[in-house]
Ligand binder design. Sequence first.
Ligand SMILES: [Zn+2]
Length: 411
Amino acid sequence: MIDKQKLINRFISYVTVDTESDPESNTTPSTAKQWDLANALVEELKEIGMQDVTIDENAYIMATLPSNIDKEVPTIGFISHFDTTPDFTGKDVNPQIIENYSGQDIVLNEKENIILSPNDFEDLLLYKGQTLITTDGTTLLGADDKAGIAEIISAMEYLIKNPEIPHGKIRVGFTPDEEIGRGAHKFDVSKFGADWAYTMDGSQIGELEYENFNAAGAVVTVKGKIVHPGYAKGKMVNSMYIATDYINSLPRLETPEHTEDRQGFFHLYSIKGEVDSTKLQYIIRDHDREQFEARKEMMLKLASELNSQFEKEIITVEIKDQYFNMREKIEPVMHIVDIAEEAMKEAGITPLIKPIRGGTDGSQLSFMGLPCPNIFAGGHNFHGRYEYIPVESMQKAIEVIVKISKLVATK
Ligand SMILES: [Zn+2]
């Protein structure tokens, strides 16, 4: 149904443009180079026949596929992001195409002996006989989330070329800076004007997600007192020891390396310390809102407990909420998940519904008034040199977009 070579060419034309985002930057997009791909996407959307193609001063792209039926049906949207993570370089991506994958090791880079092996990444074996696109071992691939863009554009092109398939009004949105947590920040939900949308930003074929973490960041600052070590008795307060007490008083097994599924955690990701002052940086994650609040409470209580042992306050904790579990916004409109599930089943895909141990643009958008579950884009091993995507999974994602569009129009 979807021409494979054309899809491969389209995807490669995106991943070979460097669009790495930068958390240190205050501009939107965070890096000027994201404009290179954004401007090309605008042209392509116009070329395939999309209407109202717009790009704003922050590089947010929107476009419309008008309804081709008389009946009033909801307007739906499909969303993806064109930046890639700053965790690993996305410059000079040199994609490798492995046809009819044998199930054996794939040599990504002979010179540097970089191997993509099913011994390390068992999922590879799901795709025996399929066409894989990999990196050359020196960069990431950027399937996250240029696969989503390729799939959305291909699906829109397919609907335009096959006008006998009924669909309502469809909106398309491409954003910068998702990987640095800002993809939704300047997304104009009212301008987008959809009743609901789907981010095409999941991983393995079949993934369908409407539940993510509640998330907060915490900065713990311990103030010590520095005195000449030779004359410090009874005077010196070493902030690093107190910080260590603080760290060790939090539940040691509730950390990322000891949790899975719906288990939450405290994650200490940075310590900067001297005698005089120590700063700890944490993230707090939990799917359950009550437990999430309890975790924040625990961090505050622990500080006041330690403070009570000193004459004045020496530990301060600053907690900032980052995002919330979209489930509470999706549950009242559960039919939008049901439609996606039905579309997958029609396409012969087994839906994999599981809670995301992270956040998506969709969770922020859901709280901004645009309910937005997440659907697979098909890639694996995001954010690193072992990233790969089966072309067949991308073709299936396109089919899912087309089927969702049709289901909304015919229900
Ligand atoms: Zn992504």
